[in-house]
Every structure is written in structure tokens, then in C-alpha cells.
Design a protein around this ligand. Structure first.
Ligand SMILES: Cc1cc2nc3c(=O)[nH]c(=O)nc-3n(C[C@H](O)[C@H](O)[C@H](O)COP(=O)(O)OP(=O)(O)OC[C@H]3O[C@@H](n4cnc5c(N)ncnc54)[C@H](O)[C@@H]3O)c2cc1C
Length: 963
């Protein structure tokens, strides 16, 4: 055990030390933490609460959960489970032990021809739907966060969304469940032996459940209230409808687990009944002169007619009207205008058309600002839905820096919707939240209101308190609604559960909690909490750190795509730690904590960030934490490192020549020593040098090649004589990577990338212009990724002027063979027509070459730069023109090689590609991509040769030219 860990452990209370000792026996040291960085980083979720756990454990198996729960009971240490941490009500935070599932629990099986699906809790909701695509089915629950939230949280929050209403949520669609209770016992509700065992071994619990049921059923008033309250969405308190809907105790327990927010037990697997995914959809954005008319319109609709009806007030629409692609008419609306976004679905076009005309008929008497216009054109209705989806992020983006985003989630009986919505607006105005927006799933009476708040100021805290008290009064007393419709009770509404449900139901809920968790060790303080002010405590501040990340709301949508998510930190966690570091620097409050965070961030936050920027593609605000990490790297540039960087930049010809020589020599040694001895020797050398020597691997490339200048073809004679006989011109810039790095010993094609590229271009009848001075040129990317921005810009400016001249002022397209380099070129060179291989082949060569599709299976890796350039479809088309079966493993995002990081921090590449080998079928013998360094890592972790897609195209194509 390291000295630092001993010191961290010594700071923990004795019971936590004992818990640690016990759990550390079964959990390896890279999955259990008590240091300042990990506890802070993992502690944060999307809510506006902040608690820092004392211990974070990443659990991977049911057995580990059992052991953790047993240790929790033995040492009276509470535990909180966490999947994606996108919860908004403070139910996924703790100051005790946080058990993190992310990175594991990824099992699933499709049952009964897609009618059911069994899912482990670490599967993302959208992944589950992807598994079901071929069956035209999906899971019922559809929270707006479905691309990020995981099954554990979706079930434990009873999350729902625009279409599922109260009919298709987890409560209604759960078939079976595997539950691990606080004492470590596993109940599999789908296994009769397990159920029978449980009924015997836990007879006392079963008895108490029966008693609660009997009491509820005997009380007709209470039963009626429960039935009434679940007619609309409700996630306040426990799902006590289980007691009135079911008699069998196992069935009751299974349904009680839904929405229990990790306070009754652990869901280790859930089997859902799936629902139909209709193929045909149409949407209309219907504009009403005011809120009242819009709400009256909603009341005319029901779920049999429409699948969604989303309400957006004028302020919501205003946050979106200036965004690109938004309809012009949004800007011209009156201050009271209110929109209803309606979606209808049908099994076929005929039923879709019938539903549209039925809706138009139902709404014909309510005046609209513009005529109702449904569209079934995908691009058009997706644009309408972008308005709805963009609202929450838009509020996050325009808020005053330093404030957090508060999102509330209430539901009203549909008949009161108009009156209640207007009363809510009055309250928001009364407490000076004029910019607060109101929107939501109106069809279910479910409204969200969002405002921003700086909780570091006491007057704001008081304002929030008074507003909350008035809102609870309005929702519960005046309109008989739900205080939490879909986001879960958490800490936020725990003090108001009794108010909403009344004393009797609340006492029963407390008894229920005590039945399963008598010592209050499972997520204590959530749902049941005796502290009336808990919703005002542990509020999160959002200290400013840097303009690149200051608008981050902690939603967590950046996490799933992050390359280092299973190794060190995610973008959200990097931001959280940096905010803390900047705050500690400002306040100078805790220098010891500051220096620990700074030191530990260097590896976890900085060195292991691939800076690929993929996080920007899923962040609702487009924040690129990779850019921020590059900025941090730039801050640590010293005069010496700058001098070294500039020297390398100024001597590129020598540097690439030296690299070629080095790789050639290493390859020679490899040939003599053989792979296994080479591996052992180089690993030893790396260890001795304390990781200063880059790690060698068997897929290390040989020396690359500088292409010779080409002879231009004079006149082209096409076999079909349809095309122009004058050769087309292209400027080919082989990147410094492909100039330095050739094929690996075991690669299928031993030629240099440039040889394959020139062969393809020649077959297509291109005259290729190769810049004469190419040897010293580079796009600047290697410097940019290390924070040497000036040097990077100097290099790209140098390259740009050469390419401008070579292309005669931008007249000819420019082709670079390496996708990440081309991506940087695209970002900094604006007067050139720039292409990497996939787009060039797709756009210009598909018709100029004869493709012979091979009866083979090939794997394709889309690099991050290609993803950002939206080349996925083109990649697929090009690869599919060449091979019958094209695999694009969905689990793999960035490969984590990140330029040279695959050599210097190889564990990042290993972690990012951990699942690759298992994903590829045995008959897949070759992989293709468009970045040489990425290909090294892909080959290493798949065991098959990955090379540029250009090789595949060359292999599968013939010229249409006459010999
Ligand atoms: C921008 C944004 C939009 C959102 N939109 C919606 C929406 O439309 N509808 C909606 O309902 N919610 C929405 N949410 C809230 C949230 O995304 C959902 O409630 C989601 O289901 C939470 O899933 P998670 O994986 O993040 O769970 P977490 O936040 O990690 O955990 C949620 C709860 O589940 C418990 N838990 C997790 N795993 C287990 C397990 N295996 N066993 C027992 N307990 C467990 C946790 O302890 C916690 O109490 C939104 C959030 C954001 C940030």
C-alpha cells in the first residue's frame, strides 16, 4: 500500500477504514478510491446538489455487490449506487460510499423474438433500443436522457419521457428482476426456486409486505387516492401502487424496486416487456396565441391519437429562435404565444394519414397562429424536435456564469393544466424568475420549469426556499398534482413526500423502507428524510474555471463517449476537478488539498485525455473538454519545452528521416529477436526508464516512405468513353505520419500508404501533384495536441501556403491520407478544398473505378476526426463497395491511441479498445481505418491487421481506363 493511500485512509472514520479493509480484499486497487481527486470527481451528478463520498468503489459483478453490502451492514457504512449520474433530484450523491457501475454490467439478452429484453444495469437506454432495432421494438421508458442514462438509473428512478406516459414506464413494463438486498441475498423473480427460497428465508420481510398491503387494501380512501394519483405521472415517494395493483409479495417487491432510487436494494438485472417501435412518424409544431389555448388543445388529445404533445412557452421558444436552422416564424411570435409539438405514429402510411386528419379534426375549433402543418419528412420533423431538445441546453448556455441550472418536474391532472400552468408562471414572476421557462410533456400534465440560480448568495437560497414552498402548495393543495413526475424524489422533494401523500401513506412508506433497510444503509436521506431543510443543503456552486468549460451544467452527457471513461476520468469529472482547483487557487483555503488535486489531475485529467474532442459531439452545449485539456497543456509550456518543440518543427525533414531510420532499425532488431523476446526486452527497458521510453508492440510500423513525384498521364481513354479525356488533378499531401511510418511486419499489405494511394489515383485517371517541399511539412497537429499552439499554427500556415501554390490558389482538391491531420487542416485552412481518403474516394472515385465486392467480412474503425467530419455513412459506403460485410463495432468510439499516447500512455489505448477483440467474429481477418497511428493500436488490441482503407479500395478496384 502506498504512503499516500495510508495517509488518505487514516483520515477516514474508523468504520470506513474497516469497510475499506474488507472490500479491498475483493476489489483491485484500481477500482477503489478514497483520495481527494476520485472522491470529488465521482461524487458529482447532474443535480444541483454536491456531496463528496468518502469511498468510491467500482463494482463489476453481483458477487462484489453482495460483498460490499455485507461489509456495509457489518460496519454500518451506508452505500449509494450510481449508473450514469444524470439524476436531477440529488438521489445519486452521497457523503458515504459510492458504488459505481459504469464500465461494467453490460450484459443483455433478447428474449421471445424481441418481445422481452433482459438488461444489466450498466446498459445505456439507447443501446437497449439498438439491440432491438431488428425486431421493430424498443424499451418502454424514454427519458430525454436515454442516450446517456443507464438501465439501473432508468428503472430505479422510474424515468419516463415524451411518449411513454404512464403506460410504458418501467413500472408497467417490468417483467422480471434480479435483486440483491441489503443483507446480500439475491432474489431472481423469474426463477421459481429463487422465489420459493426467498419466501422462506425472508419470511419476516414477506410478512411485513403483506401487512402493509392488507392495511392499504382495507383503507378504501387510501386505495382510491393511490389509484387516482398514478393516473398521472408520479415519482414522489415509493411506488405504493404496487400494493394495490398486485397481491403476490414477489410481484409487489419487484414493482416496489421501480422508482426506489437505490434505497431498497440493488437491481442487478431487469427484464422488460418491450413495446412496438412504429416505423412511420409525423410531427407538427402547432402555435397557439397563448398558454390557455395550448393547454385546452392538449386536453382534446390522448395517447391513442398522438404519441407525444410537448408544450413550450414563449420564453422557451425564445431561447431557440436564433439557433441555426430554426423556422423564421419563431422570431415573429407575440409575447404570449405557446407551442405544442405533436407527434403521431402509425404502422403504415395509411394509418399515419388517418391519425393526422383525426388530430386536425380534434383541434379545428381552437384558434392557432398558423395553420396546422404535419410533416413526415425526417429532416423536417427532426428539426422541429431539435427545438424541444435544445431548450435545456440553451438555458445552460445563456445563464450567468457561476449559476447552476435548477430544473423542477411537476405534474397536474390534465383538466387543470391551463389554470395550473398560468398559476405557476405567476409564482415564478412573484419570486423574480422572469426568465424561467416552462415546457414539458403536456399530454401527461407533466411540466418542467427551469431557472438559473447562484446558491452561494444567501438571498437566493431564501428566494428558492420560498418559491419551493409556494410551488408545493400550488401543486399538491390547489391542483392535486405530483411534485416529482419523472425525475425521482431524491433529496430535493424528500421533505415534501408527506405533504403530497398524507400522514398515513407516508408512515407506510417509512415502514416499507425499514422493512428492507432497517439500519438505513441504502442511500439514506433519499425519498425518506426527516430533515425539513435537506433540499436546501449541500447545494452545488459552479465556480468559474475557464471560458471553454464554464457553461458546463454537469449533465454527464459527455461521459459515454469519452475514451478514458474506464481508465481515469470523464470530461464532466475533469471539469469538476478543475473547477475545484481554480476555486482553491482563488480562496487559498486548503493548500494541501489543492496540491493533491493538481498532482493527481496530471495523470488522471491531463495525460490520459485523448483530446479527441468527441465529448463536444454529445455535449448539449458543444463543450470540448479536449480543447480545454490542450489549453492546460499550453499553460505548462516552459521556455525549454517550447525551444524543443520549435526545433523539431524547424527540422521536420531530419526528424521524419530520423524516425524512419529508427523504425527501420527497431524492425530489424524485431526480425532478429522475434516478437516475444522483443516484447520482454522493451517492456523491461520501459520499466527501468519509469515509462520514459515509449512502449514497443508487435504492430510497430516499419519505416515509412516519401513518395516520388509522379509522371502526369497525358490523355485518358475510358473503356466506356463517357468521361472527359483530360486527367483530373489532385494535390496529394502524404502526412508526416505516413511519410515516417510504414506497414507493420504482420500487416496484410506491405506497401507504404502512399503507394496504395497513388495506385488508386492512377487507376482513376488522376494527375497527382505532390508538393515538392513536402518533407519538411506538417499540419501542426502534434504540437496543437501538446499545447504548443504557436508552433502548430506556424506549421499549418507553412503547409497552407505550399498547398495553395500546388493547387493553383485552391483550384484543385487536396487529399491528405491521414484523417486527424486533415481535420486540423480543415479547421485552420479555409481557402482550400480538403479531403481525407474516405470522402475523396466516396465523392470522386466511386464512379471512376470498377469495384469488385469481396465476399469477406472487414472491420472498419471510424476515427474521431472522421466522426467529427460526419463521415460515418461515407465510410460505410466505401467499405461496403469493397466487402460484403462491414463491421463497425458500436462499443468503440475513439481508439485512444491519440497520436503518440499509444506509445507513452498505452493503457489509454488498451482501455478504449478493451472490447474490440471479442466484438470481431472469427471470419474477420482485416480492419481498415484512415489514421496510421490509430491502426497500430487497433491491430494490437484486435489481433488482426488494421490498415488504411486505401489498401482495401486498391485491392478491390480496377481502372475503367483502356490499357
Ligand atoms: C438533460 C437531462 C434530461 C433529462 N430528461 C429526463 C426525462 O426526460 N425523463 C426522466 O425521467 N428523467 C430525465 N432526466 C433525469 C435522469 O437522466 C433519469 O432519471 C435517468 O433515468 C437516470 O439514470 P442514470 O443512469 O443517470 O442514473 P443515476 O443518476 O446514476 O442513478 C439514479 C438512481 O438510481 C439508483 N440506481 C442506479 N443503479 C441502480 C441499481 N442497479 N440498483 C438500484 N438502484 C440503482 C441510484 O442510486 C440513484 O438513486 C434528465 C436528466 C438530464 C441531465
Amino acid at each position: 500500500m502506498s504512503q499516500v493511500l495510508i495517509q488518505d485512509l487514516a483520515k477516514l472514520p474508523k468504520s470506513f477504514q474497516a469497510f475499506w479493509d474488507r472490500v479491498a480484499q475483493i476489489i483491485p486497487s484500481n477500482r477503489i478510491f478514497c483520495d481527494p481527486l476520485h472522491t470529488l470527481a465521482y461524487g458529482i451528478d447532474a443535480s444541483f446538489y454536491r456531496m463528496i463520498p468518502k469511498i468510491v468503489v467500482k463494482a463489476r459483478t453481483p458477487d462484489e455487490i453482495t460483498q460490499i453490502l455485507k461489509a456495509s451492514q457489518e460496519y454500518k457504512v451506508p452505500v449509494t449506487f450510481r449508473t450514469a449520474g444524470t439524476s436531477l433530484s440529488g438521489q445519486a450523491v452521497t457523503d458515504s460510499v459510492l458504488v459505481v457501475l459504469q464500465g461494467a454490467w453490460r450484459g443483455h439478452s433478447i428474449l421471445e423474438n424481441g418481445e422481452k429484453i433482459a438488461l444489466e444495469p450498466g446498459i445505456i437506454g439507447a443501446e437497449a433500443n439498438r439491440f432491438l432495432t431488428g425486431y421493430a421494438r424498443k424499451i418502454g421508458p424514454d427519458p430525454a436522457s436515454i442516450d446517456h442514462a443507464m438501465i439501473g438509473g432508468i428503472a430505479a428512478n422510474n424515468a419516463s419521457g415524451m411518449c411513454c406516459g404512464t403506460a410504458d414506464n418501467s413500472y408497467q413494463t417490468v417483467a422480471e428482476m434480479k435483486i440483491i438486498f441489503g443483507d446480500g441475498t439475491l432474489l431472481d423473480t423469474g426463477n421459481s426456486t429463487s422465489c420459493a427460497d426467498f419466501l422462506t428465508s425472508h419470511a419476516e420481510i414477506v410478512q411485513k409486505i403483506k401487512e402493509i398491503r392488507d392495511e392499504i387494501v382495507a383503507d378504501t380512501e387510501l386505495t382510491a387516492m393511490i389509484r387516482h394519483k398514478y393516473k398521472i405521472k408520479n415519482t414522489t415517494g415509493y411506488g405504493v401502487n404496487a400494493f394495490v395493483d398486485f397481491e403476490d409479495p414477489i410481484n409487489i417487491i419487484k414493482h416496489l424496486m421501480i422508482g426506489s432510487e437505490g434505497t431498497l436494494g440493488f437491481i442487478s438485472e431487469i427484464t422488460y416487456h418491450t413495446v412496438i417501435e412504429h416505423a412511420h412518424k409525423a410531427s407538427a409544431l402547432i402555435l397557439y396565441p397563448d398558454m390557455e389555448q395550448a393547454c385546452l388543445a392538449v386536453q382534446k388529445l390522448d395517447r391513442d391519437t398522438v404519441s407525444a404533445a410537448e408544450l413550450m412557452d414563449r420564453i422557451s421558444l425564445k431561447t431557440m429562435e436564433e439557433k441555426p436552422g430554426m423556422p423564421e416564424y419563431l422570431r415573429t411570435l407575440s409575447p404570449t404565444a405557446t407551442a405544442l409539438l405533436v407527434e403521431v405514429r402509425g404502422v403504415d402510411l395509411e394509418s399515419l394519414a388517418q391519425k393526422i386528419s383525426h388530430v386536425e379534426d380534434l383541434l379545428k375549433d381552437i384558434p392557432t397562429v398558423l395553420p396546422i402543418n404535419f410533416t413526415s419528412v425526417k429532416a423536417e420533423y427532426e428539426n422541429l424536435w431539435n427545438i424541444r431538445k435544445g431548450i435545456f441546453p440553451a438555458v445552460g448556455a445563456i445563464r450567468v456564469l457561476g449559476t447552476g441550472v435548477v430544473i423542477e418536474d411537476v405534474a397536474f391532472p390534465i383538466e387543470h393544466l391551463a389554470e395550473a400552468t398560468m398559476a405557476l408562471r405567476e409564482l415564478l414572476d412573484k419570486y423574480s424568475y422572469p426568465d424561467a421557462i416552462i415546457y414539458g410533456h403536456a399530454l401527461d400534465g407533466n411540466l418542467h420549469f427551469i431557472f438559473t440560480q447562484d446558491f452561494s448568495r444567501p438571498e437566493n437560497l431564501q428566494r428558492y426556499e420560498l418559491l419551493t414552498l409556494d410551488v408545493t402548495e400550488l401543486v399538491v393543495t390547489r391542483f392535486g398534482g405530483s411534485l416529482k413526475a419523472e425525475h425521482g424524489t431524491g433529496r430535493n422533494m424528500a421533505p415534501f413526500v408527506e405533504m403530497e401523500w398524507g400522514k398515513k401513506a407516508y408512515v407506510l412508506m417509512k415502514r416499507l423502507k425499514a422493512t428492507f433497510d432497517p439500519e438505513n444503509l441504502l442511500n439514506p436521506g433519499v425519498i425518506i428524510n426527516d430533515n425539513p431543510h435537506v433540499y436546501l443543503e449541500n447545494l452545488k456552486n459552479m465556480p468559474q474555471a475557464n471560458q471553454l468549460i464554464d457553461t458546463c451544467t454537469n449533465c454527464g452527457f459527455c461521459q459515454a463517449i469519452c475514451t478514458s471513461k474506464n481508465l481515469t476520468l470523464t470530461p464532466r469529472q475533469r471539469i469538476v476537478v478543475q473547477r475545484e482547483i481554480q476555486e482553491l487557487r482563488r480562496t487559498k483555503e486548503d493548500p494541501e488539498r489543492l496540491s493533491r488535486l493538481e498532482k493527481d489531475f496530471d495523470y488522471s485529467g491531463n495525460q490520459t485525455c485523448a483530446v479527441d474532442g468527441l465529448c463536444a459531439t454529445t455535449c448539449p452545449l458543444g463543450l470540448n473538454t479536449g480543447d480545454y485539456v490542450k489549453f492546460l497543456r499550453s499553460e505548462s509550456v516552459t521556455p525549454t519545452t517550447r525551444w524543443i518543440a520549435e526545433s523539431i518543427a524547424n527540422h521536420m525533414t531530419g526528424v521524419t528521416g530520423f524516425l524512419r531510420f529508427g523504425l527501420g532499425a527497431v524492425n530489424g532488431v524485431h526480425a532478429v529477436l522475434g516478437t516475444s523476446l522483443m516484447e520482454r526486452l522493451t517492456l523491461g527497458a520501459r520499466k527501468i526508464s519509469r515509462d520514459a521510453i515509449p512502449l514497443w508492440n508487435p504492430w510497430m510500423p516499419k519505416a515509412g516512405k516519401v513518395p516520388a513525384l509522379m509522371q502526369a498521364p497525358q490523355k485518358l481513354i475510358w473503356a466506356d468513353s463517357q468521361k472527359d479525356s483530360t486527367p483530373l488533378k489532385v494535390v496529394y499531401f502524404p502526412s508526416c505520419i505516413t511519410r515516417s511510418m510504414g506497414a507493420a511486419k504482420n500487416d496484410l499489405d506491405q506497401r507504404a500508404v502512399s503507394d496504395a494511394m497513388l495506385s488508386v489515383l492512377a487507376k482513376a485517371g488522376y494527375e497527382v501533384i505532390i508538393p515538392q517541399t513536402m518533407n519538411g511539412l506538417c499540419c501542426g497537429m502534434p504540437w496543437e495536441s501538446k499545447g504548443f499552439f504557436e508552433t502548430a499554427d506556424k506549421k499549418s500556415a507553412e503547409l497552407e501556403s505550399v498547398l495553395l501554390a500546388a493547387s493553383e490558389g485552391g483550384k484543385y482538391p487536396i487529399l491528405c491520407d491521414t484523417s486527424p491531420c486533415l481535420y486540423r487542416m480543415k479547421r485552420v485552412m479555409h481557402s482550400l478544398k480538403l479531403y481525407e481518403p474516405v470522402e475523396f474516394i466516396h465523392d470522386f472515385l466511386l464512379n471512376r473505378l470498377t469495384f469488385n465486392q469481396l465476399p469477406e467480412t472487414v472491420a472498419v474503425h471510424i476515427t474521431c476526426s472522421s466522426i467529427k467530419m460526419k463521415l460515418n455513412d461515407k465510410f460505410y459506403k466505401v467499405a461496403h463497395a469493397c466487402a460484403e460485410t462491414v463491421l463497425m463495432p458500436k462499443d468503440i468510439q475513439c481508439c485512444g491511441f491519440a497520436g503518440d499516447r499509444g506509445f507513452t500512455v498505452p493503457e489509454l489505448n488498451q482501455s478504449a479498445l478493451a472490447t474490440l477483440k471479442d466484438t470481431l467474429p472469427k471470419d474477420c481477418k482485416a480492419g481498415y481505418s484512415n489514421s496510421r497511428t490509430c491502426e497500430i493500436g487497433l491491430s494490437l488490441h484486435s489481433g488482426i491487421s488494421y490498415q488504411s482503407i486505401v489498401y482495401l479500395v486498391d485491392k478491390c478496384t480496377k481502372s475503367k481506363l483502356k490499357d
